[in-house]
Design a protein around this ligand. Structure first.
Ligand code: GLY
Ligand code: MN
Ligand code: MN
Length: 439
């Protein structure tokens, strides 16, 4: 079994350096980890690190705070974390500890998290700007304010308290938007595992099975590869395929229905996000095939627009045009294509955008507009392309289309010359799906 490629320590150092350059010398950046969350009494949810914290540290423990102090001679990167404690480790597993934070994670210094209230205010002294993203954790927000206030109380002793709070998001999320070659590889690997999972599910699927049995096929492939689901897997047969975020996954798959599955693996924090739609019994009906082809053509048209220099919205606009044209050709809409698009008449059937940034968050960070204009696509950005059609029962629509829900989603990297479809291996042509399921 091949070991997973990892982000190197040098890359984490380089990321912190890049952030230091952006925030400048008279600043301090404070980035807290995620907290453990509980399912019930003392049973925990699986821990998922805060993506900003993970991006800058690679450190995967709760009760930790990263502090970045550009230009500070003694230490520019301090990690507050849990002290190693054999008794706790006996119950909840190994901890990195203070020495490990320095030796293995390249912190210049590490302190016990329990001492943070005593130490942090002095680190803020004489730094004019605090880079901190308010609003994610109200308790931690209060803690940060209390540190600033404790300094303000000492101004008559000549202590200078920071006087500017700046959201860290602006710099950090712009950095996260552009994926390094190492990040691209982790996303490629996540994509490859998701492709395998979708192939496996397509093979396993039969009418009469339960949706959760199909979900199990995905989780099996993810876990076998040392990965987790990047988000709650959506397995929607028939009408449930028309519910965008259906996650109950507890209905029986009926004959002659389509099955929509939106499932992706997460590799060391990096998400993949794939949707495929296929017939439960392996054979598309005429109506299903016709609508499916419209969505597939829309996806190809959108992918073609994913290249440097194009605007973020261009793939969506291309998809909307193909979908609207298809809906007219199949008799679900009537009128001039331009007018139907202008009036958003496609919206009852296609109510979401054609994609989103993808990375450490499945709906990744990064602005979509700059100065109120859709931003340009550039090499290194990663995004999904996921047009769909969802036909709910309605008196305005011929019954033969009812309860057909289709989405086709792949993950893309923008390259200098166009794009790389990170999940291209997964088949999506009607004939290929039918052949694969018949095999
Ligand atoms: N899986 C969530 C999405 O496609 O946006
Ligand atoms: Mn998506
Ligand atoms: Mn998805």
């Amino acid at each position: 079994m091949k070991e997973l490629a990892k982000i190197t320590p040098e890359e984490f150092i380089q990321r912190r350096k890049a952030l230091m350059e952006k925030i400048g010398k008279n600043s301090i950046a404070i980035i807290p980890s995620s907290e453990v969350k509980y399912r019930n009494s003392d049973a925990e949810f699986a821990f998922r690190q805060n993506s900003d914290f993970l991006y800058l540290t690679g450190f995967n423990e709760p009760k930790s705070v990263a502090v970045i102090l550009p230009g500070r001679e003694e230490s520019e990167y301090i990690l507050f974390c849990r002290e190693k404690d054999p008794k706790t480790e006996q119950w909840t597993g190994r901890m990195v500890g203070l020495d490990g934070a320095v030796e293995d994670y390249n912190a210049d210094d590490a302190f016990p998290i329990d001492d943070i209230d005593d130490i942090l205010p002095s680190l803020m002294e004489n730094r004019s700007k605090v880079f901190y993203s308010v609003g994610n954790n109200p308790d931690f927000d209060k803690q940060v304010i209390s540190w600033v206030n404790s300094l303000r109380a000492k101004v008559r002793n000549g202590v200078q308290a920071p006087h500017e709070f700046v959201s860290l998001d602006v710099f950090l999320h712009e950095m996260r938007l552009f994926k390094s070659p190492q990040e691209q590889q982790l996303m490629r690997d996540a994509g490859a595992v998701s492709v395998r999972a979708h192939q496996r599910a397509m093979k396993a699927c039969n009418a009469g099975m339960m949706e959760y049995e199909i979900e199990a096929e995905y989780l099996h492939e993810f876990k076998k590869a040392g990965m987790d689901a990047a988000y709650t897997t959506i397995v929607g047969g028939g009408e449930w395929g028309c519910i965008l975020h259906y996650v109950e996954n507890n209905d029986v798959l009926k004959d002659n229905e389509l099955l929509l599955i939106d499932a992706g693996a997460e590799n060391q924090g990096y998400a993949s996000d794939i949707t495929r739609t296929f017939p439960t019994n392996g054979k598309f009906t005429d109506a299903q095939r016709q609508l499916y082809q419209v969505v597939l053509d829309a996806q190809y048209a959108a992918i073609e627009q994913c290249k440097p220099g194009n605007r973020w919205i261009d793939p969506h606009d291309a998809a909307v045009r193909v979908i609207t044209t298809g809906l007219v050709e199949l008799g679900l809409l009537e009128g001039s294509i331009d007018k139907l698009i202008g009036d958003k008449e496609y919206f009852p059937f296609y109510m979401h955008k054609t994609g989103h940034w993808l990375g450490l968050d499945v709906h990744d960070v990064g602005d979509y507009k700059i100065d109120d204009e859709w931003r340009e696509l550039k090499a290194g950005m990663t995004l999904t392309v996921e047009p769909g059609l969802y036909i709910s029962p309605s008196k305005d629509v011929d019954e033969k289309w009812w309860n057909i829900g289709i989405r086709i989603e792949d993950d893309l990297l923008i390259t200098e010359s166009g794009n790389e479809v990170l999940t291209a291996e997964l088949l999506k042509e009607v004939d290929d799906i039918e052949a694969w399921m018949a095999d």
